[in-house]
Design a binder for this molecule. Structure first.
Ligand code: EPU
Length: 350
């Protein structure tokens, strides 16, 4: 008999310990899942039929705007295993529930390069490909090989190779066509035993010079990234936040040039021939929001793109602040900011 639902699913669970914005919101049903077998058991159970399902990893990129009237599946599938190895590379299979940063440090310790620039990103390994996490000149897709996922009916395990994942800036097929259709259980990364370091990001270069490191190792890069992040981004254990709240907008060159006429110092990064990425943090700061406190919420004093919970904020309050910021950036620059965090309402993600 399939007893997975009865034994694993709790009712009316407060999600506060499960989201880094530190928002109190309830899940009607909640289950922590430690294996693919348990996951399939729950998904196939008759009581699951018809329930809205939300998958939660580290809760570091989610805003619970309301209580969730469905089943939250907290993925805690663990394990790291080398599934293939050559003189130059290892293919590491990692459980979706493993902590991302601990995995980075494990790889750094083994001398396997490729993800050291992604140190200290909060969240789990399973969430990493969904939004193609990126920082300091590196994106997950550069080391991604394939992932395994279970279909939402819990019938089968499917394998998705890199070329099928449609990776883009903070984007993948798992946020589009396959959203709500599959649940990631394992991720396989191809890591290099002879790492080529990516030191293209200005702040990394500056730190290397400051520390007189002309032959840095992947551990040096990881340590530097940790220090840079700590200096710019709030620690969610001390101040609730979900990292960058919005994506950096990619606009037509005409729009960027128009902004430049009025604000000659406006930063922008060329994206191919016709488009420019404008840092949302700059737009938000220019719109007057940096470090502003609004009730229990506000933006971080060192990084305007990060919305924070000063304590006791509701999801609705955070959403309200995000809307106000969006509105003023739209009025001042004509640019519509798009959230990077997943916003969860009572009946699903918007
Ligand atoms: N800026 C301001 N004011 C601010 C913040 C930023 O003017 O308050 C301008 C500055 O010109 C700065 C530029 O924005 O040089 C870029 O800022 P930063 O280097 O902090 O990076 P970001 O574009 O704001 C992105 C990612 C971060 C990632 C960093 C480093 C997005 C949405 N965010 O932020 O990712 O850590 O680059 O690579 O792409 C996250 O996704 O949660 C996240 C933190």
């Amino acid at each position: 008999m399939n007893t997975a639902f009865e034994s694993l699913v709790e009712t009316d669970v407060d999600l506060q310990p499960h989201n880094t914005l530190n928002i109190s919101a309830k899940a009607r049903y909640f289950a922590s899942v430690e294996s693919e077998h348990q996951l399939k058991g729950i998904l196939r159970h008759p009581k699951t039929e018809g329930l809205k399902i939300m998958v939660l990893g580290g809760g570091s990129n989610v805003l619970f705007a309301e209580d969730f009237d469905g089943l939250v599946l907290h993925i805690e599938i663990k394990g790291r295993e080398v599934v293939k190895e050559t003189d130059d590379y290892v293919w590491l299979k990692i459980g979706a529930g493993e902590n991302w940063h601990q995995t980075v440090r494990y790889c750094v310790g083994q001398g396997w390069g490729g993800i050291e620039n992604l140190s200290l990103i909060p969240g789990t390994v399973g969430a990493a490909p969904i939004q193609n996490i990126g920082a300091y000149g590196v994106e997950l897709q550069e080391v991604f090989e394939y992932l395994e996922a279970v279909d939402i009916e819990g019938r089968e395990t499917r394998r998705y190779e890199k070329e099928h994942c449609e990776f883009g800036y903070r984007d993948s097929i798992f946020k589009g066509e396959l959203k709500g259709i599959v649940i990631v259980t394992n991720v396989v990364l191809k890591l290099s035993k002879n790492p080529v370091l990516n030191t293209s990001y200005g702040a990394i270069q500056a730190e290397l010079e400051k520390r007189n490191l002309d032959q840095p190792t992947i551990r040096d890069i990881s340590d530097i990234v940790i220090d840079i992040r700590n200096s710019k981004l709030p620690n969610p254990d001390l101040l609730g936040n979900a990292g960058s709240f919005f994506k950096n907008p990619i606009v037509k060159n005409e729009i960027y040039n128009r902004i430049k006429e009025e604000y000659p110092e406006a930063p922008g990064y060329k994206m191919g021939e016709y488009k420019t990425k404008v840092p949302a943090g700059w737009l938000i700061e220019e719109a007057g929001w940096k470090g502003k406190v609004v009730g229990n919420t506000g933006t971080y004093k060192q990084q305007a793109l990060v919305i924070v919970n000063h304590g006791g904020a509701t999801g609705g309050e955070i959403l309200n602040l995000a809307d106000q910021i969006k509105k003023s950036v739209k009025e001042q620059f004509g640019i519509a900011l798009v959230p990077e965090v997943n916003i969860v309402t009572s009946d699903g993600t918007i």
